[in-house]
Design a protein around this ligand. Structure first.
Ligand SMILES: Cc1cc2nc3c(=O)[nH]c(=O)nc-3n(C[C@H](O)[C@H](O)[C@H](O)COP(=O)(O)OP(=O)(O)OC[C@H]3O[C@@H](n4cnc5c(N)ncnc54)[C@H](O)[C@@H]3O)c2cc1C
Length: 440
């Protein structure tokens, strides 16, 4: 009887685009067993968080059960746990709950988190948008503010309907457009007593343009669409301080607000630090061309947590497609390691960049030659590229139906206020600071 070769164990931290992409390829091999550890039991589709936050989609449209994704792949185990320590020399991780998972290979794919750049008050008083919890908390705050102002119009003078979005990249621009759509459609139709015209969205960007990586034409298009939606653009302006009831801008003025949305920057997830791994910009783990970490054989870092160099020598952007492709590539290199074959250098197939600015309004620069598109064509392109990021054909079909239905029905998902923001429910009482400063 032939002796059985023991399976190699791969521990993956993170079930995002990178971790799932990696596990799906490894699942096809009879030589490995995978343990996928995530602090959520679902895979999150971050590109649509802004639609969850503005009640356009529901949590089940943007979160997909990890167990369901891997149900038919018996060599992948899912563990719901938060990794608190990484031992890259031993390919092991320890969770907050006290378990240790040790593999022959360790794959770090834990994504990114908000970077507040030490802006005073930002961590405590803003709403970042990097997890489904963040998006639901923000949705609750937005709905609560409309309910409050509808009940007590005096709160509008305290900034109840001023929304400040920090950062004019894709996240800030998309949430600004979607919030403007929400105010003009649903809020106008459903809150009869509310002075909807008092609502104001400010989009504050330190640089001179929105959507910096895009062309000048796209910058103009995005500004025009947002302007038409009533969004006030404050370009070349930074948010210097965030207080519970107002923000202070670099030009010295203040804006009263009870809702500051933080889309200004990212840094690597916490697991990247403290384990002696080489870190670069934003704390991301520096990887070699084959996605492994120098000095730590058997350790790979992928997606947003990694600093991956592209063919032009620049760091690749933190995008779903980079994460997914790096996940699949690393899996092939792990299988090559197991079979004693050489690893290959990661080649990113660039499908382009795109951003939604509102219903029927999007910009896209497609392919490596950056063919420029806008409007409905760009919106359709966005749908195609993002559907490709979804994890299975069944999920793709169900999600496409939801998105298309949402688009044509012009409706919003259930605007249920779940008070997940309840910890800060006294948000009108704690602004003595602002009073002292005489905030505008
Ligand atoms: C609001 C927003 C909009 C975006 N829009 C687009 C877009 O339109 N197009 C595009 O291509 N990209 C977009 N992106 C970027 C894209 O979503 C990311 O690049 C991509 O999700 C990165 O994938 P990842 O697998 O590296 O990390 P993630 O998708 O962030 O997954 C990381 C996983 O690790 C888990 N994790 C983290 N820490 C731990 C821990 N300590 N223990 C256990 N598990 C942990 C998390 O729960 C998560 O499931 C957007 C991002 C955001 C935030």
């Amino acid at each position: 009887m032939a002796s059985q070769v023991p399976l190699k164990h791969v521990v993956i931290v993170g079930g995002g685009f990178a971790g799932v992409g990696c596990a799906q390829i490894l699942a096809g091999s009879d030589k490995v067993h995978v343990t996928l550890v995530d602090k959520h039991n679902y895979h999150q589709f971050q590109p649509l968080f802004y639609q969850l936050a503005t009640s356009q989609l529901t949590p089940s449209d943007v979160g997909f059960s990890l167990r369901k994704i891997f149900r038919k792949l018996p060599n992948v185990d899912i563990k719901l746990a938060e990794v608190s320590a990484v031992d890259p020399k031993n390919h092991s991780v320890t969770t907050k709950e006290g378990q240790v998972y040790k593999g022959d290979f360790l794959v770090l794919a834990a994504g990114a988190q908000a970077n507040f750049f030490n802006t005073p008050g930002a961590a405590a008083n803003t709403f970042p948008l990097y997890s489904m919890n963040d998006a639901e908390r923000l949705r609750s705050r937005i709905l609560a503010l409309f309910e409050d102002a509808d009940r007590d119009a005096a709160l509008i003078d305290q900034g109840a309907l001023n929304f400040v979005i920090v950062g004019g990249g894709a996240t800030g621009t998309e949430i600004a457009g979607s919030l403007a759509d929400m105010i003009h459609s649903t809020v106008t139709a459903e809150y009869e007593d509310l002075a909807v015209k008092s609502a104001c969205i400010y989009l504050v960007e330190r640089g001179p343009t929105l959507l910096a990586p895009f062309s000048a034409k796209a910058h103009d298009y995005a500004s025009k669409v947002l302007h038409r939606g009533g969004v006030v653009l404050k370009l070349g302006t930074a948010v210097n301080e965030v207080h519970p009831g107002h923000v202070v801008l670099s030009e010295g003025s203040t804006i009263k607000t009870r809702c500051v949305i933080w889309g200004a920057g990212l840094k690597a997830a916490a697991v990247a630090s403290g384990a002696g791994l080489p870190q670069g910009r934003g704390g991301r783990i520096n990887v070699q061309h084959d996605l492994s970490v120098e000095g730590f054989p058997g350790v790979y870092a992928l997606g947003d947590v990694a600093n991956i160099t592209g063919a032009d020598g620049n760091a690749l952007p933190q995008l779903g497609s980079v994460a997914q492709q790096s996940g699949r590539w690393a899996a092939k290199n792990i299988l090559a390691d197991i079979e004693g074959q050489p690893r290959t250098a990661f080649h990113y197939h660039d499908k382009g960049i795109m951003a939604m600015i509102g219903r029927n309004a999007a910009v896209a620069e497609v392919g490596e030659h950056r063919h420029e598109l806008e409007g409905t064509v760009a919106y359709s392109m966005w749908l195609g590229v993002h559907l490709a990021l979804l994890t299975s054909m069944q999920v793709k079909i169900e999600t496409l139906i939801d998105w298309v239905w949402d688009y044509f029905s012009k409706g919003r998902g259930p605007q249920l206020l779940d008070r997940s923001d309840a910890g800060r429910i006294n948000w009108y009482d704690d602004d003595t600071d602002a009073e002292k400063r005489g905030a505008a």
